[in-house]
Ligand binder design. Structure first.
Ligand code: ZN
Ligand code: ZN
Ligand code: ZN
Length: 149
């Protein structure tokens, strides 16, 4: 989702939470890099540019809160770091897929869901209603394929 300050303020207020500069700054940092998956430290570096007085502990706390509110998503992309990305604006939309290069570690995102058939089948067979999913694919990115030739 793009950084929609109005929607953000509405969500915080509906939870009885204050709209603080830190909260706005963390959300802004993540929405400025929609194709990246940032660690808390990387978010900290971005936020510090505009808000140098902010501390890392506050960043951790703020990230935690925004995760709980569903405004940002926590990810494990198998590189030993906890990473975050901006959440989906439309909660009915499913999470994009992640393509992980096993050679260079690059992570690409793939937006088309294409799992409708599978989701329907799961529901039919088990009665389980799929709400969302996290799909990781492992392989070689274009650059690594070229380098291997
Ligand atoms: Zn899906
Ligand atoms: Zn690669
Ligand atoms: Zn992603």
């Amino acid at each position: 989702m793009g950084y929609n300050e109005e929607a953000f303020i509405k969500i915080l207020k509906s939870k009885g939470l204050k709209v603080t500069n830190q909260r706005k700054a963390v959300l802004k940092a993540l929405s400025s890099k929609p194709d990246q998956h940032l660690t808390a430290e990387e978010i900290y570096e971005l936020v510090r540019v505009d808000t140098p007085e902010i501390g890392i502990a506050t960043i951790y706390r703020t990230i935690q809160l925004l995760c709980e509110l569903g405004l940002i998503d926590k990810l494990n992309l198998d590189d030993g770091y906890v990473r975050y990305e901006i959440g989906k604006e439309d909660k009915n939309e499913h999470h994009h897929h992640h393509l992980i290069c096993v050679n260079c570690g690059k992570v690409l995102k793939f937006d088309d869901d294409l799992l409708d058939e599978l989701e329907k089948q799961v529901e039919k067979t088990t009665g389980f209603i799929v709400h969302d999913h996290e799909l990781k694919m492992y392989g070689y990115c274009r650059d690594c394929q070229n380098n291997r030739k």
